[in-house]
Design a protein around this ligand. Structure first.
Ligand SMILES: Nc1nc2c(ncn2[C@@H]2O[C@H](COP(=O)(O)OP(=O)(O)OP(=O)(O)O)[C@@H](O)[C@H]2O)c(=O)[nH]1
Ligand SMILES: [Mg+2]
Length: 311
């Protein structure tokens, strides 16, 4: 890898965990996919796309970085929100370094105060990443002011603090980001074998791809009411993988939207998902999707567990 050329043979192997946190939609997952040069986590224009902690592993000759892509921090309303917040905040204590990502193209807003407050007390070094810098947003100074207010000191006075403009979309400063991270990491052996790039359970990863395609076609509040569970995953005799997935929504009207007129939405999402799944699994895929209404699934402990959301 190109970054590895910077290594000199006397350097010790470094390894550590880096948590990428921030409000929904700031570009955390896009940044991780850009770092890894591979899609390990789904991305969409809809806030709250990431619902699980997803580990993506970067290796070069300097060592290994275990990135954790987290669900966006927001003021929680239901059990799923709380689970997602907990799963994001829970990564902070164990991280060797934290990337606090903000969207410089968007005003700070009151909810950023919540995210910032969750992060102000962490002990690990923080990289304040001004993301979407390609959009030439003008709110950079506002984010610095908010962070300084939360910490009660200026950035110059903060130890272990780095400010970095970034774009996960076109890769601006991503190499520099990796250099800064390696400087923060302790020496230690790799946590994952070099061939592992993501440790998400396969069924959850496949379900997320289907969810991403539905999100691309959905608008308004339906995505938040929607979840996908892969119920069956079996290789067939003729080398076709059979995947049966259940799409859960909360209301009958949402079911109609997900299916679409004449089944159009479901069919389009199914085709897009099937193509990506075939690339991933390197087999033909027979994808069977069905939609079910389950009121209040976002507050149902058993269902959240089945969906892989609860601990
Ligand atoms: N212009 C621009 N758009 C970006 C950049 N990074 C992400 N986006 C877009 O921002 C939207 C959200 O990106 P995600 O990566 O899903 O954001 P996230 O922070 O992971 O969102 P959640 O998982 O919902 O918390 C998508 O439409 C991306 O294409 C960037 O650097 N520049
Ligand atoms: Mg995400």
């Amino acid at each position: 890898m190109d970054q590895g050329q910077k290594n000199n043979s006397n350097q010790r192997h470094r390894c550590g965990v880096v948590s990428i946190v921030g409000r929904p939609n700031v570009g955390k997952s896009t940044l991780l996919n850009c770092i890894l040069k591979e899609k390990v986590t789904i991305v969409s224009a809809v806030p709250q796309t990431t619902r699980h902690q997803i580990r993506g592993i970067y290796n070069d000759e300097r060592g290994q970085i275990v990135f954790i892509d987290t669900p966006g921090l927001r003021v929680g309303r239901d059990k799923l929100d709380k689970f997602m917040n907990k799963s994001s905040v829970g990564t902070l204590d164990d991280a060797d370094c934290i990337i606090y990502l903000v969207d410089t193209s968007r005003r700070v807003g009151t909810e950023e105060g919540y995210a910032c407050g969750q992060l102000a007390g962490v002990k690990a070094p923080v990289i304040l990443g001004f993301n979407k810098i390609d959009l030439k947003g003008k709110y950079l100074a506002d984010y610095i002011a908010l962070w300084e207010k939360a910490k009660g000191k200026t950035v110059q006075e903060m130890k272990g603090m780095t400010l970095l403009a970034l774009s996960g979309k076109n890769g601006t400063n991503v190499t520099k980001l990796i250099d800064i991270i390696f400087d923060c990491l302790p020496e230690g052996p790799a946590l994952y074998p070099p061939e592992v790039i993501c440790d998400m359970p396969q069924k959850l990863a496949l379900a997320d791809i289907i969810r991403e395609k539905l999100f691309e076609l959905m608008k308004e509040e339906v995505p938040h009411a929607l979840s996908v569970v892969v119920e069956c995953l079996e290789p067939r005799r003729n080398k076709v993988t059979h995947i049966k997935a259940l799409i859960l929504v909360e209301r009958e009207t949402q079911k109609e939207i997900v299916i679409g007129r004449g089944g159009h939405v479901l069919k389009t999402a199914g085709t897009l998902a099937r193509k990506e799944l075939e690339g991933l699994l390197e087999t033909k895929v027979f994808l069977e999707l069905y939609v079910k209404v389950q009121q209040q699934w976002r507050n149902d402990d058993t269902l959240l567990y089945d969906l892989g959301y609860a601990p």
